[in-house]
Design a protein around this ligand. Sequence first.
Ligand code: FES
Ligand SMILES: [Fe+2]
Length: 418
Amino acid sequence: MNIQESAVLELEELDVIQKGWDQERHFFKNKVHPDDFPPLPELPAARYTDEAFYQLEQEHLWSKTWVLAGFANEIAKPGDFKAMEINDRPIVLVRGKDREIRAFYNVCQHRGSTICKTANGNAKQLTCPYHGWTYDLEGNLQFVPAQHEFPALDPAQKPLRSIRCEMNGNLIYVSFDDNAQPHQRFLGNIGLLMSDIPFDQVMHYETVAWTVESNWKSVQDAFSEAYHARFVHAQTAHQSLDTTAPVKYLFKHGHYVQINRSRQGEAGIFGQNQEAADESRTIGQMKPLTRYGQRAYNLFPNLTLPITEGAFSVIAIWPVDVGTSRIDLHFLKICPDGELVVTEDDREAVIQFSAVIDEDIATLAGMHNAMTSGGLDSIPLSYGEQALYNFHREVDRLIGPERIDPALRVQDANIPVY
Ligand code: FES
Ligand SMILES: [Fe+2]
Protein backbone atom coordinates (compact mmCIF):
# COMPACT_ATOMS: atom_id res chain seq x y z
CA MET A 1 0.00 0.00 0.00
CA ASN A 2 1.32 3.36 -0.93
CA ILE A 3 0.03 5.99 1.44
CA GLN A 4 0.95 9.55 2.23
CA GLU A 5 3.30 10.29 5.10
CA SER A 6 0.68 12.43 6.79
CA ALA A 7 -1.83 9.58 6.64
CA VAL A 8 0.70 7.29 8.34
CA LEU A 9 1.44 9.82 11.06
CA GLU A 10 -2.29 10.18 11.72
CA LEU A 11 -2.46 6.52 12.73
CA GLU A 12 -1.03 7.38 16.13
CA GLU A 13 -2.76 10.66 16.79
CA LEU A 14 -4.37 10.53 20.20
CA ASP A 15 -7.96 10.96 19.03
CA VAL A 16 -7.51 8.28 16.36
CA ILE A 17 -6.10 5.86 18.91
CA GLN A 18 -8.75 6.64 21.50
CA LYS A 19 -11.43 5.97 18.91
CA GLY A 20 -9.56 2.79 18.00
CA TRP A 21 -9.44 1.67 21.62
CA ASP A 22 -13.19 2.27 21.99
CA GLN A 23 -13.85 0.30 18.85
CA GLU A 24 -11.62 -2.59 19.93
CA ARG A 25 -13.34 -2.57 23.34
CA HIS A 26 -16.69 -2.77 21.55
CA PHE A 27 -15.45 -5.78 19.51
CA PHE A 28 -14.19 -7.51 22.64
CA LYS A 29 -17.29 -6.86 24.74
CA ASN A 30 -19.68 -7.87 21.97
CA LYS A 31 -17.60 -10.89 20.93
CA VAL A 32 -17.15 -9.74 17.34
CA HIS A 33 -14.31 -8.60 15.12
CA PRO A 34 -14.37 -6.27 12.10
CA ASP A 35 -16.72 -7.62 9.41
CA ASP A 36 -14.13 -7.39 6.70
CA PHE A 37 -11.37 -9.18 8.59
CA PRO A 38 -10.70 -12.51 6.85
CA PRO A 39 -10.21 -15.82 8.63
CA LEU A 40 -6.46 -16.45 8.81
CA PRO A 41 -4.84 -19.67 7.58
CA GLU A 42 -3.37 -21.98 10.22
CA LEU A 43 0.41 -22.08 10.58
CA PRO A 44 1.93 -25.54 10.07
CA ALA A 45 3.56 -26.49 13.38
CA ALA A 46 6.53 -28.01 11.57
CA ARG A 47 7.69 -24.48 10.67
CA TYR A 48 8.91 -24.32 14.24
CA THR A 49 10.54 -27.74 14.46
CA ASP A 50 11.83 -28.69 11.02
CA GLU A 51 15.63 -28.61 10.78
CA ALA A 52 15.58 -27.94 7.02
CA PHE A 53 13.25 -24.97 7.50
CA TYR A 54 15.58 -23.63 10.19
CA GLN A 55 18.49 -23.88 7.74
CA LEU A 56 16.48 -21.99 5.10
CA GLU A 57 15.91 -19.22 7.66
CA GLN A 58 19.63 -19.07 8.41
CA GLU A 59 20.52 -18.87 4.75
CA HIS A 60 17.82 -16.57 3.41
CA LEU A 61 16.42 -14.62 6.33
CA TRP A 62 19.18 -13.96 8.84
CA SER A 63 21.75 -13.33 6.14
CA LYS A 64 19.55 -10.75 4.38
CA THR A 65 17.73 -8.79 7.05
CA TRP A 66 18.81 -5.96 9.39
CA VAL A 67 19.50 -6.86 13.01
CA LEU A 68 20.27 -4.81 16.09
CA ALA A 69 23.92 -5.22 17.15
CA GLY A 70 24.30 -2.68 19.94
CA PHE A 71 24.06 0.87 21.20
CA ALA A 72 26.35 3.81 20.53
CA ASN A 73 27.19 4.40 24.19
CA GLU A 74 28.53 0.83 24.50
CA ILE A 75 31.42 1.96 22.31
CA ALA A 76 31.54 5.62 23.23
CA LYS A 77 35.23 6.41 22.70
CA PRO A 78 37.55 5.96 19.69
CA GLY A 79 39.05 2.48 19.93
CA ASP A 80 36.14 1.03 21.90
CA PHE A 81 34.96 -2.26 20.46
CA LYS A 82 32.19 -4.76 21.06
CA ALA A 83 32.64 -8.32 19.79
CA MET A 84 29.83 -10.82 19.51
CA GLU A 85 28.37 -13.60 17.43
CA ILE A 86 25.27 -12.90 15.41
CA ASN A 87 23.74 -16.09 14.09
CA ASP A 88 27.06 -17.91 14.43
CA ARG A 89 29.03 -15.19 12.65
CA PRO A 90 31.72 -13.47 14.71
CA ILE A 91 31.46 -9.72 14.32
CA VAL A 92 33.05 -6.72 15.94
CA LEU A 93 31.76 -3.15 16.18
CA VAL A 94 34.53 -0.58 16.41
CA ARG A 95 34.50 3.17 17.04
CA GLY A 96 37.13 4.66 14.73
CA LYS A 97 39.49 7.58 15.33
CA ASP A 98 37.01 9.63 13.30
CA ARG A 99 34.35 8.57 15.87
CA GLU A 100 32.46 6.63 13.17
CA ILE A 101 31.06 3.26 14.16
CA ARG A 102 31.95 0.41 11.79
CA ALA A 103 31.17 -3.30 11.75
CA PHE A 104 33.57 -6.01 10.62
CA TYR A 105 33.72 -9.76 10.59
CA ASN A 106 35.92 -10.50 13.60
CA VAL A 107 38.01 -12.72 11.32
CA CYS A 108 41.71 -12.28 10.60
CA GLN A 109 42.60 -12.14 6.91
CA HIS A 110 45.66 -14.30 7.52
CA ARG A 111 44.29 -17.66 8.63
CA GLY A 112 40.92 -16.87 10.10
CA SER A 113 41.52 -16.49 13.81
CA THR A 114 39.04 -14.31 15.64
CA ILE A 115 40.83 -11.11 16.54
CA CYS A 116 38.98 -9.52 19.44
CA LYS A 117 38.66 -12.27 22.03
CA THR A 118 36.87 -10.26 24.70
CA ALA A 119 33.32 -9.00 24.44
CA ASN A 120 34.30 -5.39 25.08
CA GLY A 121 37.44 -3.36 25.22
CA ASN A 122 39.43 -0.43 23.99
CA ALA A 123 42.39 -0.74 21.64
CA LYS A 124 44.61 1.55 19.60
CA GLN A 125 44.58 -1.07 16.86
CA LEU A 126 43.20 -4.57 16.44
CA THR A 127 45.95 -7.18 16.72
CA CYS A 128 45.32 -10.80 15.90
CA PRO A 129 46.58 -12.97 18.78
CA TYR A 130 47.71 -15.78 16.44
CA HIS A 131 50.56 -14.23 14.39
CA GLY A 132 50.21 -10.57 15.20
CA TRP A 133 48.64 -9.17 12.03
CA THR A 134 47.45 -5.75 13.04
CA TYR A 135 44.54 -3.70 11.68
CA ASP A 136 43.77 -0.04 12.32
CA LEU A 137 40.42 0.99 13.76
CA GLU A 138 39.10 1.49 10.24
CA GLY A 139 39.90 -2.15 9.40
CA ASN A 140 42.98 -1.58 7.20
CA LEU A 141 45.80 -4.10 7.54
CA GLN A 142 48.56 -1.99 9.00
CA PHE A 143 51.29 -4.34 10.09
CA VAL A 144 52.35 -7.88 9.20
CA PRO A 145 55.20 -9.40 11.22
CA ALA A 146 58.00 -10.53 8.86
CA GLN A 147 56.10 -9.13 5.90
CA HIS A 148 59.16 -9.80 3.67
CA GLU A 149 58.31 -13.50 3.90
CA PHE A 150 55.04 -12.84 1.99
CA PRO A 151 56.47 -11.47 -1.28
CA ALA A 152 53.07 -11.47 -3.01
CA LEU A 153 51.10 -9.92 -0.18
CA ASP A 154 49.61 -6.46 -0.71
CA PRO A 155 48.32 -5.36 2.72
CA ALA A 156 46.03 -2.81 1.05
CA GLN A 157 44.12 -5.76 -0.44
CA LYS A 158 43.59 -7.43 2.95
CA PRO A 159 41.38 -5.18 5.07
CA LEU A 160 38.99 -6.74 7.54
CA ARG A 161 35.83 -7.73 5.74
CA SER A 162 33.30 -5.03 6.56
CA ILE A 163 29.63 -5.55 7.32
CA ARG A 164 26.80 -3.15 6.46
CA CYS A 165 26.24 -0.99 9.50
CA GLU A 166 23.70 1.81 9.87
CA MET A 167 22.63 3.87 12.83
CA ASN A 168 19.11 4.73 13.82
CA GLY A 169 19.97 7.39 16.35
CA ASN A 170 22.06 5.50 18.93
CA LEU A 171 20.88 2.07 17.84
CA ILE A 172 23.42 0.16 15.74
CA TYR A 173 21.99 -2.10 13.05
CA VAL A 174 23.96 -4.49 10.85
CA SER A 175 23.13 -6.58 7.80
CA PHE A 176 25.18 -9.37 6.28
CA ASP A 177 23.72 -8.51 2.90
CA ASP A 178 25.90 -5.95 1.10
CA ASN A 179 22.91 -5.22 -1.13
CA ALA A 180 20.37 -4.79 1.64
CA GLN A 181 18.17 -1.74 1.19
CA PRO A 182 18.98 1.10 3.62
CA HIS A 183 17.70 0.42 7.13
CA GLN A 184 15.26 3.33 7.08
CA ARG A 185 13.72 2.05 3.86
CA PHE A 186 13.52 -1.45 5.36
CA LEU A 187 11.52 0.06 8.24
CA GLY A 188 9.28 1.92 5.81
CA ASN A 189 6.10 3.38 7.28
CA ILE A 190 6.69 1.96 10.76
CA GLY A 191 9.91 3.96 10.88
CA LEU A 192 7.87 7.04 10.08
CA LEU A 193 5.48 6.26 12.94
CA MET A 194 8.43 5.94 15.32
CA SER A 195 9.91 9.26 14.28
CA ASP A 196 8.88 10.99 17.54
CA ILE A 197 11.04 8.58 19.55
CA PRO A 198 14.35 10.27 20.39
CA PHE A 199 16.60 7.38 19.38
CA ASP A 200 19.50 9.83 19.21
CA GLN A 201 19.17 10.36 22.98
CA VAL A 202 18.80 6.78 24.17
CA MET A 203 21.59 5.21 26.15
CA HIS A 204 21.93 1.59 27.15
CA TYR A 205 22.44 0.75 30.82
CA GLU A 206 21.67 -2.95 31.33
CA THR A 207 20.99 -6.20 29.49
CA VAL A 208 19.33 -9.25 31.01
CA ALA A 209 19.47 -12.49 28.98
CA TRP A 210 17.58 -15.79 29.09
CA THR A 211 17.90 -19.05 27.16
CA VAL A 212 14.68 -20.91 26.48
CA GLU A 213 13.94 -24.28 24.90
CA SER A 214 11.67 -22.91 22.19
CA ASN A 215 12.11 -22.12 18.53
CA TRP A 216 12.86 -18.41 18.08
CA LYS A 217 9.58 -17.86 16.22
CA SER A 218 7.59 -19.21 19.19
CA VAL A 219 9.29 -16.58 21.30
CA GLN A 220 8.79 -13.78 18.78
CA ASP A 221 5.12 -14.82 18.49
CA ALA A 222 4.78 -14.33 22.25
CA PHE A 223 5.90 -10.72 21.87
CA SER A 224 3.58 -10.11 18.90
CA GLU A 225 0.19 -10.50 20.54
CA ALA A 226 -1.53 -9.36 23.74
CA TYR A 227 -3.89 -12.38 23.82
CA HIS A 228 -1.73 -14.19 26.40
CA ALA A 229 -1.31 -11.21 28.70
CA ARG A 230 -4.56 -11.59 30.62
CA PHE A 231 -3.39 -15.09 31.66
CA VAL A 232 0.41 -15.03 31.73
CA HIS A 233 0.74 -11.44 32.95
CA ALA A 234 -2.50 -11.29 34.95
CA GLN A 235 -0.75 -9.83 37.99
CA THR A 236 1.73 -7.62 36.14
CA ALA A 237 1.31 -5.99 32.69
CA HIS A 238 -2.42 -6.75 32.55
CA GLN A 239 -2.93 -4.76 35.77
CA SER A 240 -1.60 -1.55 34.28
CA LEU A 241 -2.66 -2.03 30.63
CA ASP A 242 -5.94 -3.13 29.09
CA THR A 243 -4.43 -5.97 27.06
CA THR A 244 -7.78 -7.24 25.79
CA ALA A 245 -8.34 -4.53 23.18
CA PRO A 246 -5.17 -3.12 21.63
CA VAL A 247 -5.19 -1.05 18.47
CA LYS A 248 -3.23 -3.02 15.85
CA TYR A 249 -1.47 -1.94 12.65
CA LEU A 250 0.35 -4.30 10.29
CA PHE A 251 3.18 -3.05 8.11
CA LYS A 252 5.09 -4.22 5.07
CA HIS A 253 8.19 -6.36 5.68
CA GLY A 254 6.61 -8.09 8.68
CA HIS A 255 6.60 -5.09 11.03
CA TYR A 256 3.76 -4.44 13.47
CA VAL A 257 2.63 -2.18 16.28
CA GLN A 258 0.04 -2.86 18.94
CA ILE A 259 -1.05 -0.10 21.26
CA ASN A 260 -2.52 -0.98 24.66
CA ARG A 261 -4.48 1.52 26.70
CA SER A 262 -3.28 2.40 30.19
CA ARG A 263 -5.92 1.50 32.78
CA GLN A 264 -5.10 4.49 34.94
CA GLY A 265 -5.51 7.11 32.25
CA GLU A 266 -2.89 9.77 31.81
CA ALA A 267 0.58 8.95 33.20
CA GLY A 268 -0.72 5.73 34.67
CA ILE A 269 1.63 3.38 32.90
CA PHE A 270 3.10 0.66 35.09
CA GLY A 271 1.25 1.92 38.14
CA GLN A 272 3.46 4.97 38.67
CA ASN A 273 1.82 7.41 41.00
CA GLN A 274 1.26 10.86 39.58
CA GLU A 275 4.12 12.40 41.53
CA ALA A 276 6.64 9.78 40.43
CA ALA A 277 5.36 10.09 36.88
CA ASP A 278 5.85 13.86 36.96
CA GLU A 279 9.43 13.42 38.17
CA SER A 280 10.31 10.90 35.51
CA ARG A 281 8.77 12.83 32.61
CA THR A 282 10.64 11.84 29.52
CA ILE A 283 7.91 12.56 27.05
CA GLY A 284 9.72 15.57 25.58
CA GLN A 285 8.64 15.83 21.98
CA MET A 286 7.09 12.36 22.00
CA LYS A 287 3.49 11.89 20.94
CA PRO A 288 0.73 12.69 23.44
CA LEU A 289 -0.27 9.03 23.07
CA THR A 290 2.85 8.21 25.10
CA ARG A 291 0.99 9.35 28.23
CA TYR A 292 -2.07 7.19 27.65
CA GLY A 293 -0.84 3.83 26.55
CA GLN A 294 1.99 1.53 25.57
CA ARG A 295 3.10 1.24 21.98
CA ALA A 296 4.84 -2.09 21.36
CA TYR A 297 6.63 -2.04 18.01
CA ASN A 298 7.68 -5.36 16.48
CA LEU A 299 10.49 -4.75 14.05
CA PHE A 300 11.03 -7.75 11.83
CA PRO A 301 12.53 -10.21 12.44
CA ASN A 302 13.34 -10.25 16.14
CA LEU A 303 12.80 -6.97 17.97
CA THR A 304 10.09 -5.63 20.23
CA LEU A 305 10.22 -2.05 21.48
CA PRO A 306 7.67 -1.33 24.17
CA ILE A 307 7.47 2.45 24.43
CA THR A 308 5.89 4.15 27.41
CA GLU A 309 6.48 7.30 29.31
CA GLY A 310 9.45 6.74 31.60
CA ALA A 311 10.23 3.20 30.40
CA PHE A 312 12.17 2.25 27.31
CA SER A 313 13.47 -1.17 26.44
CA VAL A 314 14.28 -3.41 23.50
CA ILE A 315 13.66 -7.15 23.45
CA ALA A 316 15.74 -9.12 20.93
CA ILE A 317 15.11 -12.81 20.19
CA TRP A 318 17.94 -14.87 18.70
CA PRO A 319 17.93 -18.42 17.39
CA VAL A 320 20.52 -20.67 19.05
CA ASP A 321 19.40 -23.84 17.29
CA VAL A 322 16.05 -25.03 15.96
CA GLY A 323 14.74 -25.67 19.46
CA THR A 324 16.61 -23.09 21.52
CA SER A 325 16.47 -19.29 21.62
CA ARG A 326 18.06 -16.47 23.53
CA ILE A 327 16.18 -13.44 24.74
CA ASP A 328 18.12 -10.23 25.34
CA LEU A 329 16.24 -7.59 27.25
CA HIS A 330 18.04 -4.27 26.87
CA PHE A 331 17.24 -1.39 29.18
CA LEU A 332 17.62 2.07 27.74
CA LYS A 333 17.21 5.53 29.05
CA ILE A 334 16.47 8.79 27.27
CA CYS A 335 19.33 11.14 28.13
CA PRO A 336 18.76 14.51 26.44
CA ASP A 337 22.14 15.88 27.58
CA GLY A 338 24.10 12.72 26.71
CA GLU A 339 24.92 11.96 30.36
CA LEU A 340 23.85 8.54 31.59
CA VAL A 341 22.86 8.56 35.26
CA VAL A 342 21.35 5.27 36.42
CA THR A 343 18.96 5.81 39.32
CA GLU A 344 17.30 3.47 41.80
CA ASP A 345 14.13 3.75 39.69
CA ASP A 346 16.07 2.55 36.63
CA ARG A 347 17.34 -0.45 38.62
CA GLU A 348 13.82 -1.12 39.82
CA ALA A 349 12.61 -1.09 36.20
CA VAL A 350 15.12 -3.87 35.44
CA ILE A 351 13.74 -6.00 38.27
CA GLN A 352 10.11 -5.37 37.42
CA PHE A 353 10.33 -5.88 33.67
CA SER A 354 12.55 -8.95 34.08
CA ALA A 355 9.83 -10.44 36.27
CA VAL A 356 7.35 -9.98 33.39
CA ILE A 357 9.70 -11.78 30.99
CA ASP A 358 10.12 -14.56 33.58
CA GLU A 359 6.39 -15.11 33.21
CA ASP A 360 6.78 -15.49 29.42
CA ILE A 361 9.73 -17.85 29.90
CA ALA A 362 7.67 -20.07 32.19
CA THR A 363 5.12 -20.66 29.40
CA LEU A 364 7.68 -20.95 26.60
CA ALA A 365 9.98 -23.37 28.45
CA GLY A 366 9.86 -26.85 26.94
CA MET A 367 7.67 -25.69 24.05
CA HIS A 368 10.06 -27.18 21.53
CA ASN A 369 9.62 -30.65 23.03
CA ALA A 370 5.88 -30.18 23.04
CA MET A 371 5.83 -29.10 19.40
CA THR A 372 8.08 -31.94 18.20
CA SER A 373 6.05 -34.56 20.09
CA GLY A 374 3.56 -35.13 17.28
CA GLY A 375 0.85 -33.65 19.48
CA LEU A 376 0.23 -30.57 17.33
CA ASP A 377 -0.27 -30.23 13.56
CA SER A 378 -1.09 -26.59 13.03
CA ILE A 379 -1.68 -23.33 14.81
CA PRO A 380 -4.95 -21.42 14.40
CA LEU A 381 -4.67 -17.63 14.41
CA SER A 382 -7.15 -15.16 15.82
CA TYR A 383 -7.92 -11.56 14.90
CA GLY A 384 -5.72 -10.55 17.85
CA GLU A 385 -2.88 -12.68 16.51
CA GLN A 386 -2.83 -11.12 13.04
CA ALA A 387 0.77 -9.99 13.53
CA LEU A 388 1.86 -13.63 13.58
CA TYR A 389 0.43 -14.08 10.12
CA ASN A 390 2.15 -10.92 8.83
CA PHE A 391 5.45 -12.03 10.37
CA HIS A 392 5.33 -15.61 9.05
CA ARG A 393 4.41 -14.38 5.58
CA GLU A 394 7.51 -12.22 5.56
CA VAL A 395 9.61 -15.20 6.68
CA ASP A 396 8.31 -17.11 3.63
CA ARG A 397 8.76 -14.14 1.32
CA LEU A 398 12.42 -13.82 2.28
CA ILE A 399 13.13 -17.52 2.01
CA GLY A 400 11.23 -17.72 -1.28
CA PRO A 401 8.05 -19.83 -1.14
CA GLU A 402 9.37 -22.11 -3.91
CA ARG A 403 12.15 -23.30 -1.59
CA ILE A 404 9.70 -24.22 1.17
CA ASP A 405 8.06 -27.63 1.45
CA PRO A 406 4.41 -26.89 0.45
CA ALA A 407 3.25 -28.51 3.68
CA LEU A 408 5.17 -25.86 5.63
CA ARG A 409 4.17 -22.75 3.69
CA VAL A 410 1.82 -20.10 5.03
CA GLN A 411 -1.23 -19.81 2.80
CA ASP A 412 -2.58 -16.51 1.42
CA ALA A 413 -4.96 -14.25 3.25
CA ASN A 414 -5.81 -10.80 2.11
CA ILE A 415 -5.26 -8.41 4.98
CA PRO A 416 -4.28 -4.77 4.60
CA VAL A 417 -0.81 -3.62 5.57
CA TYR A 418 0.62 -0.12 5.76
S1 FES B 1 45.48 -15.85 11.81
FE1 FES B 1 45.63 -13.78 12.38
S2 FES B 1 47.73 -13.38 12.25
FE2 FES B 1 47.59 -15.44 11.64
FE1 LIG C 1 4.29 -11.84 27.42
